[in-house]
Ligand binder design. Structure first.
Ligand SMILES: [Zn+2]
Length: 338
């Protein structure tokens, strides 16, 4: 088969790769129905995170189970299944507490930008659907695998509740789906910070009530203006830079909640500033597995349409164009068809 490899800065290649095989009795092999490029793939693509050796890319996936190892009990060949970028046994004490992305047996999954994928710990990682889903729901089911799961965690970790005022920092796919998640959780007011017309439009479709285009101190001042001078109850930081993190913390009311789900790059917090901000901070790699059953159900019942974040669809051999389009911000998120 052929698969996606990153060789270095802006050097993505679709090339011959060994077909994945069952290597442990707890593995499954999936034939992907769709995969995509993640915002976090752009960190190494842009060279902000070093690529030491050619690296198989991709960690968002859904598809048909081809084969399972001898110890796999809950997943059968022929089923459609979705899984997370972090594998999990779903039985250890960390998993039981809902933090599957820090499972004691966790592996970071990669190599999903390809037609086939080996999924370790298949029983704990994959969530199968009862029937094969209709084709038109595949993009939304793919979204549950990471980008929606992460946006949902952002909203949950920021304690979004009915009636609350929510601020989303970041208008990437995760931020936009953070707005969708906040809407589902009953937020009364959802403010999204965005300067891009197409992203603002999608944010409104997903439930944003206000759009703020200012950034930095002006951005904070605008949020205070919109919240009677006190700040938002729940703030979702969906970028991972120093500027976005400070924007988030300073826009939160004392006693409010900040979640952070963008992989931080160069973020450093000042202890004294943090002390007097008086906010709850909670984030990390989203435990997508915790939310998958619920999110898959919402998609299958057509209550939500998170697949709308894919504004570019390419055959997988054009994966390099998907990276370019996202790097240039010509596309919000690129879906790849194997
Ligand atoms: Zn576990």
């Amino acid at each position: 088969m052929q698969g996606t490899m990153l060789y270095g800065t802006r050097d993505v290649r679709f090339e011959d790769r060994p077909e994945p095989k069952i290597t442990k009795p707890t593995d499954a092999i999936i034939r992907l129905s769709a995969t995509c490029v993640c915002g976090s793939d752009l960190w190494p693509y842009r060279g902000i995170q070093a690529t030491v050796e050619p690296t198989p890319m991709g960690h968002e996936y859904c598809g048909i189970v081809e084969e399972v190892g001898k110890q796999v009990r809950n997943i059968r060949p022929g089923q459609f299944a979705v899984g997370s970028f972090a594998t999990s046994d779903n039985t250890c004490v960390i998993c039981s507490d809902g933090y599957q992305s820090s499972c004691v047996q966790r592996e970071w999954l990669s190599g999903a930008q390809a037609p086939f994928l080996r999924v370790p710990l298949a029983d704990g990682t994959l969530v199968p659907t009862k029937d094969l889903p209709p084709k038109e729901l595949i993009p939304s089911l793919l979204a549950t695998s990471d980008v929606l799961g992460t946006g949902w965690f952002a909203a949950d970790a920021a304690n979004v509740k009915p009636g609350k005022t929510v601020l989303v920092v970041g208008d990437g796919a995760v931020g936009l789906l953070g707005a969708l998640s906040a809407k589902q959780m009953g937020a009364e007011r959802i403010i999204v910070m965005s300067r891009h017309a197409s992203r603002q439009k999608l944010a409104r479709e997903f439930g944003a009530s206000d759009i703020v285009t200012e950034r930095g101190d002006d951005g904070v001042a605008r949020i205070k203006e919109l919240t009677k001078g006190i700040g938002a109850d729940s703030v979702l930081e969906c970028v991972g830079t120093q500027e976005s993190m400070m924007q988030a913390i300073q826009s939160t009311r004392p006693g409010g909640y900040v979640s952070y789900v963008g992989v931080p790059h160069g973020v450093e917090l000042n202890g004294e500033q943090l002390f007097f901000a008086h906010v709850h901070l909670h984030g990390g790699p989203a435990p997508v597995r915790r939310y998958l059953p619920e999110l898959i159900k919402l998609v299958l019942n057509e209550k939500i349409n998170p697949g709308k974040v894919f504004d570019l669809t390419l055959p997988i051999d054009q994966v390099a164009e998907g990276y370019r389009a996202m790097d240039d911000r010509r596309a919000i998120k690129a879906l790849l068809r194997p």
